[in-house]
Write a protein that binds this ligand. Sequence first.
Ligand code: NDP
Length: 446
Amino acid sequence: MSYTSDVLELVKKRNPAEPEFHQAVSEVLESLDPVLSKHPEYEENCILERLCEPERVLMFRVPWVDDKGKFQVNRGFRIEFCSAIGPYKGGLRFHPTVYLGILKFLAFEQVFKNSLTTLPMGGGKGGSDFDPKGKSDNEVMSFCQSFMTELSRHIGANTDVPAGDIGVGGREIGFMFGQYKRLRNEFTGVLTGKALNWGGSLIRPEATGYGAVYFAQNMLATRDDSMEGKVCTVSGSGNVAQYTIEKVNELGGKCVSLSDSAGSIFDPDGIDADKLAYVMDLKNVQRGRIKEYADKFKGVQYLEGKRPWNIECDCAFPSATQNEISKADAESLVKNGCKVVSEGANMPTEPDGVEVFLEKGILYGPGKAANAGGVAVSGLEMAQNAQHTNWTREEVDGRLQDIMKAIHTQAYDAAQEYGSPGNYVLGANIAGFIKIADAMLDQGLV
Ligand code: NDP
């Protein structure tokens, strides 16, 4: 047995029935053997045992009242996973599938992702099994206020700074910020993803999608290629998907798909700026289903209950949720000519799908590197809040591009140095890990 397999066994034993967490830990540990054999001090100091155990897990009751006056009870969580290099930072997810295992996987990934951004941020994640779908604004506000009433005891601008994720956008951040301010009587940067007129940053809504495209651009540049003329498939139709399409269009590519949990649309003509404006209204204002896109525009196919991975493309941007690309989907993408996969979502590819991408030598950017643009601009929002200032769109976008380039370089160089050139999974895991492990060594047994 090796150190990494011992630790993985321990994680499985200690965290039963949390398969997503096991998957995320296993994917990272599998990459680390070369660095652990070079640095025995990591094992001597139990770095992996400590890194795989969250510093703190909070779980709480969220009671609220629906529009009919009926009492409802949900479960709230915050996982404060690792603060070795900065305050806990990571999003809140509101979705009926949320439970400890999902949030632990997301928080664990976040630790490495945040390390790669070059900014001083630790890793955390939180959320609730509350489903915002079909709820009125009033019900969402009632829930958010109750959720923040408990969460406010545990977070703070220098302690833990949550942001959005699935089911948590500008509306939810607003309600939670309002309640935090009221309870604490302070106006601080305790959440990111705020609106511009009360402490938000330009480019934060765009950052994850834009960042995933910048990461693809950086990967393509290693093969003297660009996004110009590329046909792209995109899954999801929320925040990440929308701004992925905006940036692909700007760089001369064409996106031909979108999806939600009910099915996908295939638009061979491409989702241009006007169609994207329709999607933004449909999803962010009307809160409708993506099927309506196929009813609205000519020549569009609706693929009921299907993901968009059988459509021919040069690049794929999975931007919906975890484990949305199976081995068969990965094979289908490669067979249909896909040469680039840049993950906007967290852990969207199942492990044997990742194997397919690596074996075939396509440019595969794992989520913790490719979608780090969102948290990076959250870090820039924190910096602006701390300085009581606002940067211009150009300034923030310029910094985002520099950060995505730096993440790419770190992952690319580490893969090279540790004997697997072009393997961004190994490179991102190793580069993210070393920074945290060294900080933990410096700070002693805590
Ligand atoms: P949104 O809530 O804005 O959109 C999520 C989209 O994914 C919706 O179209 C939703 O469809 C679809 N989706 C969600 N769950 C499922 C499911 N189980 N099966 C099929 N489709 C599903 O979320 P975001 O765009 O913010 O997040 C998308 C992904 O990107 C997530 O993996 C998230 O963790 C990741 N991410 C987000 C960041 C951010 O800054 N927002 C930062 C880094 C990563 P439906 O409406 O039917 O549920």
